[in-house]
Design a binder for this molecule. Structure first.
Ligand code: ADP
Ligand code: MG
Length: 605
């Protein structure tokens, strides 16, 4: 039989390698910035268009390349950083595999301009499909400028696979964070579609963190240092009460290289044990320094995973160091943040004797009599929030004079009132509302039920003039630049919901909020909204009203663990059953469980 094995042509081999190295614009950004750092640059600018899909440009003032090197650097396995295999275990550079530029050149149009300090003129090279199509002398400053245009122009499948600009930009910002945190001594600039996202002067670590994440982060961090023979640890960790449910500020660097390591992440989570709310993840900015001989970086093409020789000891040291820091900065004794503030007694009640709420069940109550879905005050069946032109919030809230809404009920702090009327419903485990009916029991998940009610209310507010509460004292919120950029994309949505505000630099000045919103909840709500948007940035760039409505509903809904008096329970049920979709939460979770009398009877047979 004829031989069938053949060597792949270079351009095909490069495209295959590119698949591993360059998955998306963010990977190219990472490689190019790392090259600039390896070239000893002290000033690096990143300029991108359309989230890197159209253009990624990196300008550095590093050592540049000779005209010959400028050609050679696009060859596969062409590197100036290592010479033999032993060098792999003594790395001082970000790059070493010599495949980034070859990979990028295989899937994009590349222009390279570079000049060494001792030369009069630099070189300009244009590459298309791995071929040099032009090379000529170029007059320029010392350093290197590389332009990568039309990424994946020749691999439509890849290009189609790219996510929306919002998502791809998010990935680029993530990579940018990772390198700028590890190189505080370098000045970085980052421009997207003509606007400046970051301008980071050379500084120390703390200053860099503040410049990247906004001044607010300062108060949330405590320093950490530990020196052992095996590993030196430096950096900052977040106070537990500031831990968020979403990932975002977790950074591990080993010998100044950002890495992902779930084992060491576990060590950190372990050190915070008992200090965090469920699912919250603390921020951390940790720099580990180890002998390069004791790690292997070359286990993954993107160089973000490494193997430690003695992972167990590092785990133990890291965990102990974090515990120590948390203790030293007396984060530990003041750990009452876990408490749900909504359970705090209002001030007036602290001085009163509190009557134990009585729970009594009306056995005759039949929510399903009259053949309707639920027996209830008929007024509450009116779709309550379709009158958004109402000028006052009372009107918005009070479709019928007699009936307060669920929110009013709980805002009026009547939770501990002695109940005079007989309850038709009761709460179990501060989580479910149980309502008996002739044919059995309804068990309703209070949190999800309220999510549904709020969601439908917010959805109906789109394109309407919502009632606005003017704030007596405008609220000032501070955000990082990327958060600000995200905020700008939802200005219109927020205005539709009834927010009045201005955005300037890193500040959001809120002068009016939707009437349905308590002003003290505003800051948290906006922060949570941004976190949700970052997490679930939609495929289309237009952030949908639905996504916002979901996020707001989730954040504002009454939580599991909150006590509801019987009036509030009843209102919630009434409002739930006037929803168009009462059975499922906006996130598709079950709200109502029906236990039929027949099923109950079988238990007693
Ligand atoms: P690696 O970084 O792994 O060596 P690359 O493909 O990223 O591989 O780069 C190949 C070579 O090109 C580098 O080793 C370096 O010598 C040179 N080079 C790349 N970018 C720059 C730059 N910005 N300034 C100076 N030299 C560079
Ligand atoms: Mg490189």
């Amino acid at each position: 039989m004829a031989d069938i094995i053949q060597l792949l042509p270079d351009n095909v081999a490069n495209q295959i390698a590119a698949g591993e190295v360059v998955q998306r614009p963010a990977s190219a950004v990472k490689e190019l910035i790392e090259n600039a750092i390896d070239a000893g640059a002290s000033h690096i600018s990143l300029i991108i268009k359309d989230a890197g899909k159209t253009l990624i440009q990196v300008v550095d003032d590093g050592k540049g390349m000779s005209p010959t090197d400028a050609r050679l650097c696009f060859e596969r396995h062409a590197t100036s950083k290592i010479k033999n295999a032993n060098d792999l275990f003594n790395l001082n550079t970000k790059g070493f595999r010599g495949e980034a530029l070859a990979s990028i050149a295989a899937i994009a149009h590349v222009t390279l301009k570079t000049k060494q300090a001792n030369e009069e003129l630099g070189t300009r090279i244009i590459i298309k499909g791995n071929e040099v199509v032009e090379q000529e002398p170029n007059s320029m400053n010392n350093g290197t400028t590389i332009l990568v245009k039309n990424l994946f122009y020749n691999i439509p499948a890849r290009r189609n696979f790219l996510k929306s600009d919002t998502v791809e930009l998010r990935h680029i910002i993530d990579e940018f964070h990772r390198v700028v945190l590890a190189h505080q001594d370098i000045q970085f600039e980052f421009h997207h579609n003509g606007s400046e996202l970051f301008l980071l002067k050379a500084s120390n670590l703390k200053q860099r963190i503040v410049n990247v994440f906004g001044a607010k982060i300062n108060e949330k961090l405590v320093p950490i240092t530990e020196n052992t023979e095996l590993v030196k640890i430096n950096g900052f960790i977040g106070k537990p009460n500031f831990a968020k449910k979403k990932r975002g500020e977790q950074f591990f660097f080993v010998n100044n290289r950002f890495i992902k390591n779930s084992y060491l992440h576990h060590a950190i989570m372990n050190a915070y044990e008992g200090l965090l709310q469920t699912k919250a993840i603390p921020s951390y900015f940790l720099f580990l320094e180890v002998d390069p001989q004791t790690i292997d970086i070359n286990i993954h093409p993107t160089k973000t995973e490494i193997k430690f020789e003695d992972e167990h000891s590092i785990y133990a040291i890291l965990r102990a160091a974090i515990k120590h820091s948390l203790g030293q900065y007396s984060v530990l004794p003041s750990l009452d943040f876990d408490k749900d503030p909504s359970l705090d007694l209002p001030y007036e009640y602290t001085k009163k004797d509190i009557a134990t709420p009585t729970i009594s069940v009306d056995r005759n109550f039949n929510p399903f009599d009259n053949d309707s879905a639920v027996k209830t005050n008929k007024a509450s069946f009116k779709p309550q929030f379709q009158a958004p032109k109402a000028a006052s919030w009372e009107a918005l809230y009070n479709p019928s004079e007699s009936q307060a809404t669920f929110e009013q009920e709980i805002q009026q702090e009547q939770l501990f009132e002695t109940e005079t009327q007989l309850a038709k419903t009761f709460q179990i485990n501060k989580k479910y509302i149980v309502s008996p009916f002739q044919n059995g029991l309804l068990i309703i998940h209070q949190n999800r039920a309220h999510q549904r009610v709020l969601f439908e209310r917010f959805i109906n507010l789109e394109n309407q003039n919502t009632a606005i509460q003017q704030l007596l004292f405008p609220q000032e919120l501070h955000f990082s630049k990327p958060e600000m950029a995200l905020l700008k994309t939802i200005v219109k949505n927020l205005e539709e919901l009834g927010f009045e505000f201005t955005l300037q630099n890193e500040t959001m000045m809120i002068t009016g909020v939707p009437a349905f919103l308590e002003s003290k909840k505003v800051a948290l709500l906006i922060q949570d909204l941004l976190a949700d948007l970052q997490e679930e940035a939609p495929e289309k760039d237009k952030i949908s009203h639905t996504l916002l409505a979901k996020s707001m509903a989730k954040n504002l809904a009454v939580k599991t663990g909150e006590i509801l008096n019987s009036k509030a329970q009843e209102n919630l049920i009434n409002e739930l059953f006037s929803c168009s979709e009462p059975s499922f939460s906006p996130f598709g979770k079950t709200i109502i469980h029906k236990e039929s009398l027949a099923a109950i009877n079988t238990k007693f047979s």
